[in-house]
Design a protein around this ligand. Structure first.
Ligand code: ZN
Length: 149
């Protein structure tokens, strides 16, 4: 595993739409693990592939803080929001690619996400609270959108 360099805004790669992952092979899994390691080292709770210059639809997340218990990493390929709550919630968001900038962002409070995991299996995950905010923030990255946009 290796730490990757996190690109900073206004790198143009952060504004591009990423390509779907066609198969989950060893290279994809290695990339996912590199992304997790890079995210933990930053430290952050989410990281999308374009943030390390890889233009593929991959993200990783772990919202469990180090002191709060066991890590709960998620590695997702081709994630998509398939349903959202009407209820909205607002979080102050930050981003590893935009250090020291924070903004209140309103998003659906709950989302259901379909994705392909590191074993190539399609899964669905109901996300609420911080996890919902985080997954929507990271999926935005895959579409070239930043929280300051
Ligand atoms: Zn971000």
């Amino acid at each position: 595993m290796a730490l990757r360099k996190i690109l900073l805004h206004p790198d143009p790669r952060l504004k591009k739409k990423c390509e779907p992952v066609t198969d989950i092979d060893d290279a994809t899994r290695a990339l996912m693990h590199d992304m997790l390691e890079t995210m933990y080292a930053a430290p952050g709770i989410g990281l999308a592939a374009p943030q390390i210059g890889v233009m593929k639809r991959i993200l990783v997340m772990d919202i469990v803080k180090e002191d709060d218990g066991e890590p709960q990493p998620y590695m997702m390929a081709n994630p998509e929001v398939i349903s959202t709550s009407d209820e909205m919630s607002t979080y102050e968001e930050g981003c590893l690619s935009i250090p020291e900038e924070f903004a209140d962002v309103q998003r659906p409070a709950e989302v259901r996400v379909r994705y392909v995991d590191a074993d190539g299996e399609t899964k669905e995950l109901d996300c609420v609270g911080l996890l919902a905010t985080c997954v929507q923030h990271e999926i935005d990255h895959l579409n070239g959108k930043l929280f300051i946009d």
